[in-house]
Design a protein around this ligand. Structure first.
Ligand code: FES
Length: 84
């Protein structure tokens, strides 16, 4: 089962964490199911970007970004460039 390593976040997860998530589970769903209260204003209907996260490693294990996700990222705060 895929493992998600969560870096410390002062408000959401001060100590950091590691959680397992079945393949196909969204990161937002996995965080919420494990008690990490990430904002999700549109209830995960892909309309707002409040649930966006920064992925530092493991891009190969992510699904393809669809067109609506790509469009929404233009509105997301705190984006960082992909590190090569
Ligand atoms: S909660 Fe994820 S896009 Fe709105």
């Amino acid at each position: 089962m895929p493992m998600i390593h969560i870096l410390p976040h002062t408000e959401l997860c001060p100590q950091g964490d590691q959680i397992e998530a079945p393949a196909g589970t969204s990161i937002c769903e996995a965080l919420l199911e494990n008690g990490i209260a990430i904002e999700h204003a549109c209830e995960m209907s892909c309309a707002c970007t409040t649930c966006h996260v920064i992925v530092r490693e493991g891009f190969a294990s992510l699904g393809e970004m669809d067109e609506s996700e790509e469009d929404l990222l233009d509105r997301a705060w705190g984006l960082t460039p992909i590190r090569g």
